[in-house]
Design a protein around this ligand. Structure first.
Ligand code: DAH
Length: 345
């Protein structure tokens, strides 16, 4: 092949590269002009049979063409990629323009529900009291009057930590730390630190060795409420929780107390609400939370006289109320951070 024919090949190849309309076409042009069977590569193979200055002269020419084609291909590939990207996006993107979407997303549904619950109780004069996620057996069980053989204490139900706590945070001396299984621990921390009368509300995370499924998670959120005064009665408890339910779900919701058992309250109740229409529930009673009058043993465990003080307590599962109110069937949906799910609330 003479020099002119080579020049012609170069011009023709460069032109074909420029004319390519998409990446698929560019790939076939590449094979045509630079593939193992292309004229240029065939010519490069003939270099073996040449010698001396002829070989180096010819080598230079052929490699210059090859480099020019490779550069043109790389440039065209970049341009076509960009073109395809823009086509996908519709219009060219100007990243300096302000976003057309509001940048502030709504709060996570669990946060919305937590804040809603707290706002209702704050209106009733309750003060928010934070607790500890890492606790000891004494705060989580003993002080709350849970018997030594209470099943919730077992390793199957509670996450015990390897560290043992020192005397300053433990009431029993050397005992293992654990992840609290209930926010009721805050009742104890509060009663040890603050003199009644008091009304506190304590939101927080709790942990249990449950296997995740539609209804359970190894960690979830509760809100503990505690009211201690001199003449607190079951009527106060009932009135408070009835007010709360009506504020949270709607004034047409009815409530009832059903006898139950918790070690730290006596008597203990479950609160049921009557829903004419709540998601998949129609004209039925639904259990929503636990409550009761503070067991005198809890008061004495905290150094208070049970003759002088009495109180009520309640424990609300935030996920439970969020699922009922927002019509969510699977607790896991609240933890997957799927924007398509979260943007509904
Ligand atoms: N701590 C209980 C639980 O996790 C919930 C509870 C029930 C809290 C009754 C209370 C109460 O304060 O009075 O299952």
């Amino acid at each position: 092949m003479d020099v002119d024919s080579l020049e012609q090949l170069k011009t023709e190849s460069l032109q074909r590269i420029q004319q390519c309309a998409d990446l698929t076409e560019l790939q076939s042009v590449k094979t045509q002009f630079l593939g193992p069977k292309s004229t240029l590569i065939e010519q490069l193979k003939t270099l073996k049979s040449l010698t001396g200055s002829e070989k180096s002269e010819r080598g230079k020419q052929l490699n210059a063409i090859k480099n020019a084609l490779e550069d043109a291909l790389a440039e065209k590939t970049y341009a076509l990629h960009k073109q395809e990207r823009l086509k996908r996006l519709g219009t060219p993107v100007d990243p300096t323009l302000p976003s057309p979407y509001p940048t502030a997303k709504p709060l996570h549904p669990l946060t919305q529900v937590r804040l809603h619950i707290l706002s209702i109780f704050k209106r009733l004069g309750y003060v928010v009291q934070e607790g500890n996620e890492i606790e000891t057996e004494w705060y989580c069980f003993d002080a709350l009057n849970a018997a030594p053989d209470h099943p919730s204490r077992s390793e199957q139900d509670t996450f015990f930590l390897n560290n043992f706590c020192c005397d300053t945070t433990s009431k029993k001396g050397n005992e293992p730390f654990l992840l609290r299984t209930q926010t009721s621990t805050v009742q104890i921390r509060t009663l040890l630190k603050h003199q009644p009368p008091l009304k506190i509300i304590s939101p927080g995370r709790v942990f249990r060795r449950d296997t995740d499924d539609a209804k359970h998670r190894f960690n979830f959120h509760q809100i503990e409420g505690l009211c201690v005064d001199k003449t607190t009665s079951v009527a106060d408890l009932k009135g408070t929780l009835d007010y709360f339910i009506k504020e949270f779900f709607g004034t047409h919701f009815k409530t009832r107390l059903r006898p139950s058992f918790f070690p730290f309250t006596e008597p203990s109740f479950e609160v049921d609400i009557f829903a004419e229409n709540l998601g998949k529930f129609h004209n039925t009673w639904i259990e929503v939370l636990g409550c009761g009058m503070v067991n005198p043993k809890v008061l004495t465990n905290c150094g208070l006289s049970a003759d002088e003080w009495q109180g009520f307590a309640f424990g609300i599962g935030i996920e439970r109320l969020a699922m009922l109110r927002l019509g969510i069937d699977d607790i896991r949906a609240l933890y997957q951070n799927d924007e398509r799910f979260l943007s509904q609330f």
